[in-house]
Design a protein around this ligand. Sequence first.
Ligand SMILES: [Fe+2]
Length: 244
Amino acid sequence: MIINNNKIALLPFADIHTHVLPGIDDGAYNSEEAEHLLDLLLHEGVHQLCFTPHYYAFDESIDQFLARRDQSYKKIKNQALKRQQKTILGCEIYLCEELFAYDDLVRLTYGDTPYVLLEFPYRPMDHSTLDLLEEFCRRYDVQPILAHIDRFALFFNTTLRDYCRALGCLFQINLDVFTAGRKAQRQALQLIQQGEIDFLGTDCHNVTWRSPVIQEHLQDIASTGLEFEIKKIYERTVQLLDFL
Ligand SMILES: [Fe+2]
């Protein structure tokens, strides 16, 4: 544990995966809940965060989604500013064939960066998933950050991770992997130590379901000797996503 002047020092963290935007997906229900989430994040030392509502191409067009996202963002933007939290707009793109109706996905990146948060389909990873990923990478001039890889087979499978890396993918894990049992914890620590985890996120949805717990997990990671790695991930995150 890191203690300065009898106070536990907060470890640096920029949250690249949140569902704070109100009334747009299964995250914050309304502005009040979104503000509550901003407060919880602030309490956990978060001054930089990305809004990443779900985007399902089979449900709506990109235009429709972005119009809804703008409306939602207007409701919370000033509240984040008041709390001196820098925010970046992005989304969590569900990997599906319907995406391929679009020539480019530039409007879905994090801010003006080339990065997108990409979520695998909700099914066991198989050839059809990998074919979709390969097609996605071939078609679009964006760099995918694979969301919460701790939920998928590639978390434990080096060959699959190497395959995704070769396609240009980066990896994000959710901090709540540290509540998922010893095997998952050990694997997460090992991957962080090996420099295989590019980004951390909370994937926070609301104040009761997956509310943001950050410092407790960061302190646990640091206590295994990986404080430097946490700082490295943070510094790289703010640089790559243009928080500076
Ligand atoms: Fe998410």
